[in-house]
Design a protein around this ligand. Structure first.
Ligand code: HEM
Length: 775
């Protein structure tokens, strides 16, 4: 269907007998059945959308009248492009309102206008910039002591009870109080506000019955009036901390940007934005962690894990499951034509469980190192401004409970209920119990003082280091050992696929090692380590100090060297220790019955790891090139032009450079993995400063000569994960919109560099002029 065709109403497709979507395509039976107000979606949104992620990532839901989007890349792209996918409907009532309810709202002069979250450009960004100040890390620090003492106070109230509904007795009220503090509102009428804000959720995202609609409208109307009164009170003296007070002061400077109607709407929307989101997220977090006892115990034993654990809970079971956008032009998402005017429900909860982005997404893994990529806070120009306040609250709650009530457990067999709605998700009640006689502070009152604090902002990679025990050290060849790693408590380790790597943490830095061994073995990970004479001494340190039984830490895992299993034939090329990922690929291809050959070069047979295993398992596919036997690999003859084979290679730089040369007219067939970085060291005397324009956030950031792009982006609050910070691992990759990039990493191939679509922010820079990044 051409994209210029006008939207069709839903109807029946005469050809197929199916119902048709507004783009004229048939609606599948699964799409026709989809109902986000039913319990399957309420209980487990990612599971309810699994079929869609796998079969139909963009579908039209006739019951909802929305297009539903479920995959990570699509959801992120829609968040990113807030021009084509306008947020104007983000707070629109998802269920049309009855006349009676409308009349009720009118009686209260309800006039909720656009706030920030549903405002279009350029007005949105002008306001966002004008009101950003209260969210800076320094400003947020002011709220920390209040939050600590509130948490302690609420916990004191229940600590000796032995049983509590965490939502009713704590998790609802503290975020509400914090929200009020943050906005600068007096702490009164809390119970009324509680009723109001539930009504607001049902009003916006729920499906109330006709009778409920009127009751909801009453509460919403009162909420609106209350917000107006408080605003008037604040106007009399807008001095001091608080976002609303700051906004009132800004109104004097920028009256056209911070308007009256905006202030009133923001007052109401601000309470909801800051309160319910965080209350639900905290309840989801406690439920999830207590359902995964081992994870809870890990955190009790090591509070340093808390920042990453909070992030993983936001990914796994966030409080905002879906968000809305409207298409302002005919467009397409993936292969699906989307007519102008289409409404979209983008399911971030499903995106967060997309295995195209997250390894083993259905495992709760607090050691996951790309968990901050989750979309629970949205993404781009509208990304949640309060994310660091929410993180701070959740961290403080979790820290207090794991310190003071490590024996906490869920009351068994409780049924969780949710306020039915598409977007805000959290249990209405969460019953927990504990044996109060076991409270650690009864034995050791000093526990109350041993508060662990955290740096405000996104977690760092070190927050996610995973302890492992070295089960065995096997000499594989001269200078090469293979480490067999297992969980110290005998638990399963993350599953991996060929090409994946982990980082072994050695002292202050981490070294990247590809995995080999049996991917089907859930209890062991294996890496092989070559003792390198040059370098920072990481490999020598491992050779000299790591023994069977040693406890070490790893980070990851990640796969930037993923095997495309759909090709017909493969050429696997390894130099030296580069055999590690290659042998894992060979094992997999053999298992799949694919056509492959292995070309393996090394100095001498004694130095070449895995020889006997390769000969045993892949003998008929194996070509060996020990240099001391005068056997040389001639790449041009192995890589025949026009041969469709996919080439996977790992080894020394000169081998990979030569391969890039011989494949220069078909670069898309080459996939390589580097070991060493050459361009990652920053010499400020030789660098230039330059500007980076963040097109999604509409900010310009200056990168000084002594700064990396990554450092400059983090300084303005962008959550860019990073890892090796040497241009090797690919973690800090961002999308490039335009600009002359000086690529210094070892992740991108020549053809990827030429496409100019991605860059690694830890080391790559601008050659000259501005560069434009999609952040
Ligand atoms: C926007 C989620 C906590 C203030 C958003 C958006 C989401 C979200 C999904 C829309 C993002 C987009 O369109 O890309 C959450 C979650 C929270 C949370 C899951 C808790 C876990 C907070 C807190 C505050 C806050 C505590 C305030 C103190 C805002 C504001 C916006 C926003 C002002 C509008 C930003 C804009 O449109 O420019 N949030 N939020 N949020 N959030 Fe949050």
């Amino acid at each position: 269907h051409p994209s210029s065709s006008p939207p069709h109403p839903t109807g029946h497709c005469p050809m197929s007998g199916f119902m048709t979507a507004p783009n004229g395509c048939p609606v599948s039976p699964e799409a026709a059945d989809f109902d986000p107000f039913e319990s399957a979606y309420q209980l487990d949104p990612p599971e309810a959308l699994r079929w869609s992620r796998d079969q139909e990532p963009v579908f039209y839901s006739p019951k909802l009248g929305y297009w539903v989007v479920s995959r990570y890349a699509d959801v992120k792209e829609i968040f990113r492009d807030n021009q084509v996918f306008s947020p104007a409907i983000a707070l629109e009532k998802i269920t049309p309102v009855s006349q009676e309810a409308q009349d009720t709202l009118k009686r209260y002069n309800y006039a909720m206008n656009r706030t920030l979250v549903n405002e279009d450009e350029p007005a949105h960004m002008e306001r966002r910039r004008a009101l950003m100040e209260s969210f800076t890390l320094d400003e947020l620090k002011h709220h920390e002591p209040m939050l600590q003492s509130l948490t302690q106070e609420y916990l004191d109230r229940i600590i000796d009870k032995g049983e509590a509904d965490l939502v009713d007795e704590m998790l609802w009220e503290i975020p509400l109080t914090v929200a009020l503090h943050f906005l600068g509102i007096p702490e009164e009428d809390m119970d009324t506000l509680r009723e109001y804000s539930i009504a607001h959720t049902v009003n916006t995202w729920g499906r109330p019955s006709k009778e409920e609609q009127v009751a909801v409208a009453e509460a919403v109307g009162k909420f609106w009036q209350y917000a107006g009164k408080v605003l008037e009170k604040m106007r009399q003296d807008p001095s001091g901390h608080g976002w609303m007070k700051y906004a009132i002061r800004m109104q004097k400077e920028l009256p056209d940007i911070v308007t009256d109607s905006y202030l009133h709407s923001m007052m109401m929307a601000g309470i909801v934005a800051a309160h319910e989101t965080t209350a639900h997220a905290s309840a989801n977090m406690f439920r999830l962690l207590l359902e995964n006892r081992e994870v809870w115990d890990d955190i009790c034993g090591n509070p340093a894990l808390i920042p990453n654990a909070v992030e993983e809970c936001l990914r796994y079971s966030g409080s905002v499951a879906a968000w809305r956008r409207i298409a302002t032009a005919d467009t397409r998402i993936g292969d699906t034509e989307i007519p102008k005017g289409s409404k979209l429900l983008i399911i971030s909860a499903s995106a967060n469980h997309d295995d195209r982005h997250f390894e083993n997404p259905d495992d709760l893994d607090i050691y996951r190192d790309n968990t901050t990529d989750h979309l629970t806070f949205g993404y781009g120009a509208h990304q949640c401004m309060g994310k660091n306040l929410a993180r701070m609250e959740m961290r403080i709650f979790l820290e207090a409970f794991t310190r003071r009530l490590p024996q906490l457990e869920l009351v068994p067999d409780q049924t969780f209920t949710f306020v039915p709605n598409t977007s805000f998700r959290g249990p209405e009640h969460l019953w927990v119990r504990w044996d109060q006689r076991q409270n650690p502070e009864r034995r050791d009152p000093d526990i109350l003082n041993r508060v662990h604090t955290f740096t405000i902002g996104a977690p760092t990679p070190n927050d996610a280091a995973r302890p492992v025990r070295v089960a065995d050290v096997v000499v594989e060849a001269e200078g090469v050992i293979r480490l067999v790693l297992e969980d110290p408590r005998g638990r399963m380790l993350p599953r991996w696929s060929p090409g994946a790597h982990i980082d072994v943490v050695v002292g202050d830095f981490a070294r990247k090692y590809s995995l080999c061994g049996d991917p089907e073995d859930p209890y062991r990970l294996q890496v092989s380590v070559l003792k390198e004479a040059a370098g920072r001494g990481g490999s020598a340190f491992i050779h000299e100090t790591v023994k069977a039984g040693s406890l070490i830490k790893i980070r990851g895992l990640k796969n930037h060297f993923r095997l495309d299993e759909t090709a017909d034939s493969y050429l696997l090329i390894a130099g030296g220790i580069g055999i590690t990922p290659i042998i894992a690929m060979a094992d997999r291809l053999k298992h799949l019955g694919k056509d492959y050959t292995i070309h393996y070069c090394g100095r001498a047979r004694e130095t070449m790891a895995f020889l006997s295993r390769l000969e045993r398992d892949h003998g008929d596919r194996l070509h060996l090139y020990p240099a001391n036997e005068n056997r040389r690999l001639t790449l041009s003859s192995v890589v025949r032009k026009g041969n469709a084979a996919q080439i996977y290679a790992c080894g020394p730089e000169r081998l990979l450079d030569a391969l890039e040369d011989v494949t220069s007219d078909h670069p898309e067939t080459l996939h390589i993995e580097h070991f060493t970085a050459t361009g990652a060291v920053l010499d400020p005397t030789r660098e230039i400063g330059f500007d980076v324009v963040l097109t999604d956030s509409e900010l310009t950031v200056h990168v000084a000569p002594d700064q990396t792009v990554l450092q400059a982006l983090r300084a303005v609050g962008a959550d860019i994960p990073s890892d090796c910070e040497e241009g090797l691992c690919g973690t800090c990759e961002v999308a490039v919109v335009a600009g002359d990039i000086d690529h210094r990493d070892k992740v991108l191939t020549a053809s990827e560099r030429a496409q100019n679509r991605r860059m690694m922010t830890c080391c790559s820079r601008a050659n000259e002029g501005k560069i434009f990044l999609a952040i």
